[in-house]
Design a protein around this ligand. Structure first.
Ligand code: FAD
Ligand code: FES
Length: 252
């Protein structure tokens, strides 16, 4: 884990509300793994005090990328950063996806900003793995395809692709994928992760999910991000034991 003063190399708007931020961050870039995140100090002032967590969207050489929407004050401040501004980031944090092993197809299931960690995952998959990406959004103009491939789209309002949730789209399409051995990688809002977890467990699918939680420290000190383990008797920390968990291991 490093604290790095990262310089902004570029910031671009890739749709009406989503930004792609590229930072020069050599220490984090050289040690990050797909599914890990960074805790970003969005302001040089003390307000907002807490760093904000963002998935590492990709790594290229000594640079890292974040993909983010404006949610509140912190992300608004981040969206105003300019070329060569310095941003203090802490990372890489947490446990990412386990992506080696004997399966043929990586099935990506992402909702909204949940697409963020997958360009990095796709880049690190061995060349023999196929990718099938299922992407869900509220409507057409919010669909995020950045850095993905072999994409099927679902929208809540039916304005493009399948009319319904991305998990329902996966259920519809799974027979064409299930001919090969596959592993599911999910990231998105917790209600979506819960639906994916239920479907995967009912069918005994190999599935990993990235879980959301409000965070403070980001590395296991404040105990502020507990999630119940599936044994019902213990708690895990989303920032340290996750954010990626085997779908069988946690209660969302
Ligand atoms: C491991 C992890 C990875 C994340 N990766 C990304 C990412 O790649 N891109 C991205 O845009 N966002 C990501 N998030 C969510 C991101 O951290 C929040 O959007 C951000 O903290 C909001 O800060 P803010 O000051 O703009 O909003 P705030 O004023 O703090 O909150 C505004 C709104 O955002 C919601 N929000 C705040 N924190 C979270 C959170 N942790 N998860 C979900 N909703 C939240 C609040 O409920 C509120 O409705 C991630 C969260 C976690 C835990
Ligand atoms: S955010 Fe502090 S323990 Fe997880």
């Amino acid at each position: 884990m490093y604290i790095e003063k990262a310089k902004v190399e570029s910031i671009e708007k890739i749709n009406e509300q989503t930004f792609l931020l590229k930072l020069f961050s050599p220490s984090i870039a050289s040690s990050a793994k797909p599914g890990q995140f960074c805790n970003v100090k969005v302001s040089e002032r003390t307000d907002p005090l807490l760093r904000r967590p963002f998935s590492i969207c990709n790594v290229e050489g000594e640079s890292i990328y974040f993909l983010f929407d404006i949610h509140g004050e912190g992300t608004k401040l981040l969206s105003h950063k300019k070329f060569e501004d310095e941003i203090e980031i802490l990372g890489p944090l947490g446990k990412g996806f386990v992506y080696d092993g004997s399966y043929e197809t990586a099935v990506i299931v992402a909702g909204g900003l949940g697409t963020a960690p997958f360009p990095f995952l796709i880049n690190r998959l061995s060349k023999d793995k196929k990718v099938a990406a299922f992407v869900g959004a509220r409507s057409k103009n919010l669909v995020l395809q950045h850095g993905l491939k072999n994409i099927s789209v679902a929208t809540d309002d039916g304005s493009v692709g399948f009319h319904g949730t991305v998990v329902d789209l996966l259920k519809k399409e799974i027979s064409s994928i299930a001919k090969n051995k596959f592993r599911i990688f999910g990231c998105g809002p917790n209600p979506m992760m819960k639906a994916l977890q239920k479907y995967a467990m009912e069918n005994n699918f190999d599935c990993q999910i990235s879980v959301e939680a409000a965070m403070a420290c980001g590395f296991g000190i404040c105990q502020g991000c507990p999630i119940e383990a599936s044994d019902g008797e213990s708690y895990l920390l989303v920032c340290k034991d996750g954010p990626v968990f085997d779908a069988k291991k946690v209660k969302i």
